[in-house]
Design a protein around this ligand. Sequence first.
Ligand code: SF4
Ligand code: SF4
Length: 524
Amino acid sequence: RMDEAKRTFVSEDLGPVVKKEANRCIVCMRCVRYCDEIMGDDALTAHQRGVRTEISSFDRRPLDCEQCGNCIEVCPVGALTALPYRFKARPWDLRQHVTICPWCSNGCTVRVGVRGTEILRARGTELRGVNQEYLCVRGRFGYSFVSHGERLSSALLRVGDALAPAGFDEAVAFAAARLEAISATHGPKSVAFLGGEKLDLEEQYLFQKLARARIGTNHVDARTRFTAPVPGAALLAATGGGRPLISFDELGRVEEALVLFEDLQGESPFAQAVLIRGQHQLGVHITVAHPRRVKLARPKFGGEWLATAPGGELALLNGLARAALDLGDPPALPPATAAMLPALRGALGAWSLERAARESGVPAEAIRAAAERMRAAQRKAIVFGRGIAEHPQAKALLQAIENLAWLTGAVTSERSHVMYLGPHHNSQGALDMGLGPDVLPGYVPVSEAAARRPFEQQWGRSLNAEPGMTAPEILAAAADGRIKTLWIAGDHWLRSAPDRALAERALERAELVIVNDLFLTETA
Ligand code: SF4
Ligand code: SF4
């Protein structure tokens, strides 16, 4: 049909995960546009022109990006393929299972292709889940742990200095007997339950029920990375007190998004992609408060970067709240919140914009402008994560976010547009299920007799009314010998505890340490 010579290109590895077969490419530009408009990376481009057009990286070196592999997903002709998967299987040989990515709290839906018991690839799912076809690098390529050879296949019991394989029944019986014995000798308050953010909701519920209804201790805390005690319901209050929360879909349609002290690139990649797409397609204006110019603060996205001095977080939040308050009372506050305005006005009186600017390092005019944008926007969002929750001043910062949310209208009597992105896939569930020392499931205070009663009736015993210790307090108590038993679920405590030396002392002094995990960690 054609006289011209057929164009041919050399196949190319574009880094560790993408292989390009350019002879298949129809130059539809989907990969280039996805990389630019959704990922914000510009790692791919078109070289040459006309029939010689070829897709590659700018300098034909490995792709300078986060290696998410979404370009592979959107390529309609298989010109971009996944190096970890290609030639391992035919798609029709794989069983397809739809599941949820376990790597962060964004909850992306993943379709895994399985042969035998081995996952050979992971893809996004069309028309399902919050993420549609999107997956970040961890969701798309981080599945080898499932069939990793070092994954534990039996329980391990410590005999002398070594851990020896044991049957699960034997290990459970041993742990239960020791747990009961230590609790009987030293009292229920000598037992603490830690971790659990990687468990599912049912497991989280049972974990804290075991602590409270069987052992009788409130020393329960999933927030093992917290550096300071924070009330269990503080995050709930900061995110709108239980009001319906903003969805990812709504996040991508706001006029103004305020991202507080979080690098979403590493912590919540899908939330970042939602904002980048929203900025590109709908003009979402993004304000990022962070000491570093993180990806979302790049000039490409046309937003504002509030370059906050380390340690200036509280000053900036109070400055923003003060600037919002100076714009007048927020409309349509519920009566209980409106009644607190005079006290709030008094508390923020000390936070002039000049002081906030001095202590945060952000110019007063930038603080005022950010508050005005938040106040003026009809659709708005405040986004934060562990940068706040695990900060030494977390309690005060969460209170400041609650103030800011009400004063800017991010929280109203009906809705909350404050999004907390926890560090693990079920950090939110851990809060909801009562994996905190002062709250039962549903944020019910353990110290309130009437609120406690339904649980006592359901669980068939009276519950300890005294709030337990938080994770930092448990760490210190175990290190000085007051806590004798530590049960750590799905948490590498030696890595997550803010003070490793203290955690080592705590583990050494404990009479019984029970660890649930997929792999043998130093913690065990
Ligand atoms: S998506 Fe595939 S076919 Fe389209 S330009 Fe990219 S490599 Fe070529
Ligand atoms: S954004 Fe989070 S949930 Fe989604 S694929 Fe990446 S790690 Fe998994």
